[in-house]
Design a protein around this ligand. Sequence first.
Ligand code: PMV
Length: 367
Amino acid sequence: MIIYEAVAPANIALLKYWGRLSLRPRRAATPSLSVTLSRSVSVTRVEAIPEQEATIKQGGHQAKQVTMFFPCADLSPNLYDRISYLPHDSGMTNQVDSQFLAKIAQQVQFIRRTLGGDSAVSVVTENNFPVGVGLASSASGFAALTVATAACFWGVAEFSDFDQPSIHKLAMMAKEGSGSAGRSLFGGFVSWRSSQNGAKGSIAQEFPAHHMPLADTIFVFSQQPKKVSSSDGHQLAQTSQLYQLRVQRSESRFIRMRQALLTQDFTHLGELMEQDAIDMHGICLTSTPPVSYLTEDSLKFMNWLVSQRNTGQFEAYFTVDAGPNVHVISKVEDQSDIINRVLEVFQVESVIVDRIGSGPRLQRITN
Ligand code: PMV
């Protein structure tokens, strides 16, 4: 049997995708710009299942692994894809498991239809960090799934065997699973352009990882799954009076952020990044109904970080996705000092120490 194993990193948006023009295909209302991480990853293994085996709903159960079977509606309703998830922790409910696995199955069918694949597949996926808590697990998860499934249908052995047009195609497919996943197909600093006024909404690397070696330290205050998914949050964004204002500003903010990156101006980049995170959460809080991803802990921490910066203790900037956990972006050489200072003042559930990374990896394993 040949297994295609993809490792794809999470990414953190410095300029956030929040609000969309359409769900299928996913078209973003604003441009976004992210940093691909190096250590927070999803690992996904995909293999084709021979037809006789794909008709049987059994097999492969292991301790801790959750497996479900989904009919391959695009091939034949008598064939089943086998989707398994290895939870990072045991806190997921059955309901979350089945919804989560159904989304994976839907993405597999979409990729198979798009690429003309002709077999059912077995998928096993896992993350090395918690899911559903605003830590971009869907970005790394759908990126890894898309790379491994496409590699399986195309017979591609290594990530470097994909040419640039193919990687772009994979990014456009990955974003149909989760918008931010498209950006995890590239390393370094990655943009996803808006689809406003009929624009194509392409995804591309703006600068490689070594252009500006940044650190991302994630202070995890809560591992409770978020109550409002980011998908629902995108939908609600339009109900906020602040939304159109952010859409109008987003293009110029993107250009200024790109310029700050080009000139390696960390201070300007950091200021723009914080403003954008605050704008996004402002939209959430003023949506109808309001959505509050930030908690008292996150707000206290963000205020503290700003005061440390203003008093010259260190230069670091926060950003927060759809969850309470705060990403601190700093220069790599300041990272351990920042962690020590934070831990003197705050009690956190965990700290994820990450860096900017160079994108997905792939290997073909023959059993
Ligand atoms: O990819 P989604 O649909 O989960 O949306 C991601 C939204 C944010 O993480 C908050 C922002 C972003 O650009 O990644």
